[in-house]
Design a protein around this ligand. Sequence first.
Ligand code: G2I
Length: 470
Amino acid sequence: MNDLFARASGRFGAGALRRGALVAVTAGAAVLAATVAFAPSASAGTTLGASAAEKGRYFGAAVAANKLSDSTYVGILNREFNSVTPENEMKLDATEPQQGVFTFTNADRIVNHARANGMKVRGHTLAWHSQQPGWMQNMSGTALRSAMLNHVTQVATYYRGKIDSWDVVNEAFADGSTGARRDSNLQRTGNDWIEAAFRAARAADPGAKLCYNDYNTDNWSHAKTQAVYNLVRDFKTRGVPIDCVGLQSHFNSGSPYPGNYRTTLQSFADLGVDVQITELDIEGSGTTQANTYRSVVTDCLAVARCTGITVWGIRDTDSWRSSGTPLLFDGSGNKKPAYTATLEALNAGGTTNPPTTPPTTPPTTPPTTPPGTPGGCTASVSLNQWNGGFVATVRVTAGSSRINGWTVGVALPGGASVTNSWNTQATGTSGTVTFRNVSYNGQVNAGTTTEFGFQGTGTGPTATPTCTAS
Ligand code: G2I
């Protein structure tokens, strides 16, 4: 498999991409020269990815690892797209088939292909009620909460530095008019499971944008959309780390493209998060389908923080809804009218470049929160050790009352040294290293936790850390 992958990457490697880009620029210049008298603002993009990039955005596709040996598929992928989302390979059942046993082979094939070809990677997904491995489906309560957080930490740590955006939590709200959370084993571990997952993801990969992702959240007047909006607003107010919202946008006659879609995109963006269209497909054909794609793309380009679009597959035959022919290429890989409309809309759309938005440091909790009584705390370490180095994730748990700050002492074995830390202020690099809270994670409610992490060389800590609350 590796050999097959190596040959595929060689054939469509970075050199081919650079050549493709050069051709695109040259062809675009010719178009400009020919039309300059009539359309001086015409854009030069000749592929979806290049055109989106001109607007400071990405255009991606969901990719299946087992299709990376299909030359038609890979040819379109490398020509047209500058972002990928593994369609199934990063899901919980794929990455942790047995508890504590992690398999990344198929996800790695996609990540390696993307990196070799200069594409971003959207990670999908760390915590979800569906596609859980059997062992997890049978769990509940504290054991499930710990297993979920360990999964988030291990997978996000493994891919640290390689993921542009993570769908940290997927599809946590119920359909219908209630605006309630979806019932699931994860939801039954406590309503704070979503924020716990986001905090764990931030601790594990501070450089990735962290998204909440859902479907049927496109229509601004739907209860589910409002429920997700309220979750994001609450997270932003309380400083829970969140950087983006994913609107899956699976459209068909039962769930049509809504006229207020742009309002939805803009409203989420106004909360201070990026908006990404994460799983776009539109059932139909011909001009009707093409015009809906045009509308979606135009809406995204009109919203400065709509930073990218991902279609959920490449050819109609690759789609989870293949009978609805919902994608941009037909089964033979030919461009459909929907493709042409999408490219035209990308080239014609607003020129707003979204600001580059590294994950934001969450704001300090508003001072209106009443002060808590200082109480005790405990700390525990989970360790990802390899030969010569480690990543430690430290969980700080407040005792019976809320704490307003914490100091954790970690004793490192001889020869070990801290090289990097996140969500904390470290003092010292060897021996007993002291870690203090930073502005946004000092306050921890009774019985709840916050996490920080550090990386080091040598052997990681094995003793239980000390924790002092203030
Ligand atoms: O259902 C469409 C999407 C809705 N949002 C979350 C996405 O993760 C989801 O993607 C779909 C994939 O496109 C399907 O390919 O998720 C399904 C369920 O995880 C995927 O289907 C699964 C089948 O259920 C499995 O039986 C099959 O082994 O695809 C697997 C691989 O082909």
